[in-house]
Design a protein around this ligand. Structure first.
Ligand code: NDP
Length: 351
């Protein structure tokens, strides 16, 4: 199976994003060369400076509109592998197409460009999400790589612009990942590469992309910051603090999983669910108080937490992660470690 390893050259799309910056950094640290795409030279300047110690092992490519046919035609030339991370993640969409358009067309245009000009490409990794997997269920459920989120597609189909912002986002990730697998299956006879998708749950942890203030953080890191570094729990009611509804992964671990997805034969044609485990906000709040008993210098009072938290977490949603833990041999860091490191990062930034 066509795995690649350092010093291979990897194209990373959306390289200035929260997750992608860690992917690029991990690859460079492991000896790969990286070509990172951003939408404009201005967005690339920070990366060029941040990765300057790697010299010509890091280079930029400008792709101003990922949805255009041929958008990546130049960027894919001469690379050994691709990590396609670029896709909108925000909850402000007022029309499903705002998210579905770039998610699906961006994925298709990348794969089309690889088909046309990516003769040296051996593996393509698409950053999907558990949003493409998870659906509401009446009983606690362990979701697997066989599951697909049909519920959000139905909701968006039924309600259109009145669907929830979460349903729009989840539909965009489901449709984009399906488009990747459909393209792969349709072209298998003509290509020399294999496909891997990575499905992370909520991604939290330290930030290395360009962000000058907490208010400008990306969606998942902003949610964490607003909840934890906020005396009133970011306005979340107690029920939301204590009910387990999702899982988490540290962004640095996710960077490593993106590297393993390239380097391991066992990753071939897999949907890799990269989840460290279930969380409640209350668990994060308790970990934050242990890590920083006096809060942060600019925020001495961290989230106060729920009034009467349960002693144990009732797990409602979890994922089968054996592909990454057993298949790729990866061990995720603890929630306590991730919390401490994230708060250290915020402290150093004076947030
Ligand atoms: P960020 O918002 O930090 O990064 C998103 C990246 O995608 C940026 O480089 C952004 O470019 C680019 N992008 C977004 N929309 C467009 C567009 N219309 N055209 C071109 N580029 C675009 O998000 P994350 O790092 O959190 O997300 C990265 C990937 O991981 C996404 O695919 C997301 O769905 C997925 N994911 C994220 C999770 C999380 O909790 N953070 C969980 C699961 C999956 P620009 O800066 O120019 O807008």
């Amino acid at each position: 199976m066509p795995a690649v390893s350092a010093p291979a050259k990897v194209l990373v799309s959306g390289a200035n994003g929260y997750i992608a910056m860690w992917v690029v950094r991990t690859l460079l640290e492991k000896g790969y060369s990286v070509r990172g795409t951003v939408r404009s030279p201005a967005k690339g300047a920070y990366l060029t400076n941040y990765f300057r110690s790697y010299g010509d092992k890091f280079e930029l490519a400008i792709v101003d509109d990922i949805t255009k046919d041929g958008a990546f035609d130049e960027a894919v030339k001469g690379v050994d592998a691709v990590e396609h991370t670029a896709s909108p993640f925000h909850l402000k969409a007022t029309d499903p197409q705002e998210l579905i358009g770039p998610a699906v067309n961006g994925t298709r245009s990348m794969l089309q460009s690889i088909l046309k000009n990516g003769q040296s490409v051996k593996r393509v990794v698409v950053t999907s999400s558990v949003a493409a997997i998870v659906e509401p269920r009446n009983a606690p459920t362990i979701f697997t790589d066989k599951d697909w989120n049909q519920a959000s597609l139905d909701e968006v189909e039924k309600h259109g612009k009145d669907a929830t912002a979460f349903a729009m986002y989840r539909a965009s990730k489901t449709l984009a990942e399906k488009a990747a697998w459909e393209f792969y299956d349709a072209n298998k006879g003509k290509i020399q590469w294999d496909l891997v998708t990575i499905c992370p749950p909520f991604v939290f942890g330290p930030v290395i992309h360009e962000v000058d203030k907490a208010a400008a953080l990306n969606t998942s890191a902003a949610d964490w910051y607003n909840t934890i570094v906020n005396e009133d729990n970011g306005g979340k009611p107690d029920e939301l603090l204590t009910k387990q509804v999702s899982c988490w992964v540290d962004v640095r671990d996710l960077g490593h999983v993106h590297e393993l997805a390239l380097a391991k034969d066992a990753a071939s044609e897999k949907r890799i669910i990269a989840s460290a485990g279930p969380f409640t906000w209350q668990a994060y709040i308790e970990a934050a108080h242990k890590a920083k008993p006096n809060g942060l210098p600019n925020h001495p009072k961290l989230a106060k937490g729920a009034a009467n938290p349960p002693t144990a977490m009732q797990i409602n949603v979890d994922y089968d992660t054996r592909t990454v833990t057993e298949g790729l041999g990866f061990t995720f860091m603890t929630l306590e470690q991730s919390t401490k490191d994230t708060l250290d990062d915020f402290e150093q930034r004076g947030w």
